[in-house]
Ligand binder design. Structure first.
Ligand code: PMV
Length: 343
């Protein structure tokens, strides 16, 4: 390579970001715009502290294509294309024409209904914009993350988060409605399967409208959002439990009545739900919610969570239990914190 070319070679510093997955308390299911992921209804979630995706992005002159390495392996074509699509948006915003190397790692199982795409696209949006020399505010980052995976917009802010459906690209983004310290709610995740699920949620959204029940679910969403938001703000567990279970059941009713029908539950899923119902009848504050996978998220106030985690771990078919308290927002990892991590 000539000296002149070397002289003009653009040097970009890499950037590393971490983001937490989130558990939806009021679910997003169905898109108005499947490309931009403008949702049919608003949703509310809690950031899952302790679980995270760490993503490093480096734009490089001369790279023939984007390269996406997930958990130390070259990612499959579908995932690589989704990552490239988001990088393309970043290239358009920043004016760079370089391709990027993206290295991402989850500290929790990928593709089993623990919203790995949410944490993944949130971390990617933050790391890629920073690596391209941009400094976006929270709203712009949330909108960008949304285009990768809808629920990723909720992994940009921290604590308890509401995604305002908005109806347009400009108006559809997530905000924090309460910081992580507001309420020590614990998500005890009962993992029943570590296999990749059959139908990814990104495809599920496109068939939600084929269920007769979707319009009723969407129409009633403002009432459930209000109940959930108020229960969080008042730290009212009973009220929260009622609306969280109803909302999860409504989403799964839509899933199994769509065309094609989508069954995410396994026999173990039902067994855990029934165990949670019995615990609640016996006076323990705990409720369930299930995403697009067979695992069950058992939510409870911190005071009861140790006992509940023990009881859930003892249910047959539960292969692993993960525990998460409310987490913070997506953030850039500094060189110093990388150093601390190695110690
Ligand atoms: O963002 P996606 O395409 O992974 O969709 C998320 C769908 C659910 O997890 C089932 C619900 C939600 O609101 O997170």
């Amino acid at each position: 390579m000539s000296v002149a070319l070397q002289h003009h070679k653009k040097i970009y510093n890499p950037a590393t970001a971490i983001a937490h997955p989130n558990i939806a308390l009021i679910k997003y299911w169905g898109d108005l715009d499947p490309d931009l992921h403008i949702p049919s209804n608003g949703s509310i979630s809690m950031s899952l502290g302790g679980l995270f995706t760490r993503t490093r992005v480096r734009f490089e002159d001369g790279l023939p294509d984007d390269r996406f390495v997930l958990n130390d392996k070259q990612a499959d074509r579908q995932s690589s294309e989704r990552v490239s699509k988001l990088l393309e948006r970043v290239r358009q915003m920043s004016g760079t024409t370089c391709h990027a190397l993206v290295e991402s790692r989850n500290n929790f199982p990928t593709g089993v209904g623990i919203a790995s795409s949410a944490a993944g696209f949130a971390a990617l949006s933050l790391a890629a914009t920073r690596a391209a020399g941009l400094e976006l505010d929270e709203k712009a980052l949330s909108r960008l993350a949304r285009t990768g995976s809808g629920s990723a917009c909720r992994s940009i802010p921290g604590g308890f988060v509401e995604w305002q459906a908005g109806g347009t690209d400009e108006a559809s983004f997530a905000i924090s409605i309460a910081p992580p310290g507001h309420w020590d709610l614990v998500d005890c995740i009962a993992v029943v399967s570590q296999e990749e699920k059959g139908v990814r949620s990104i495809l599920g959204h496109t068939v939600a409208h084929t269920s007769l029940l979707q319009s009723a679910r969407v129409e009633n969403a403002p009432r459930r959002l209000k109940m959930c938001r108020e229960a969080i703000l008042r730290r009212d567990f009973e009220e929260l439990a009622e609306v969280v279970e109803l909302d999860s059941n409504l989403m799964h009713a839509v899933m199994i009545t769509s065309n094609p029908p989508l069954f995410y539950w396994q026999p173990e899923t039902m067994r855990i739900i029934q165990a949670i119902q019995s615990m609640r009848k016996a006076g323990l504050p705990v409720c369930y919610t299930v995403d697009a996978g067979p695992n069950v998220h058992a939510l409870s106030p911190a005071e009861s969570s140790v006992k509940i985690t023990e009881m859930i771990g003892a249910i047959s078919g539960v292969s692993q239990v993960m525990v998460a308290h409310p987490g913070g927002p997506a953030r850039i990892e500094t060189v110093q914190s990388e150093g601390e991590r190695r110690e």
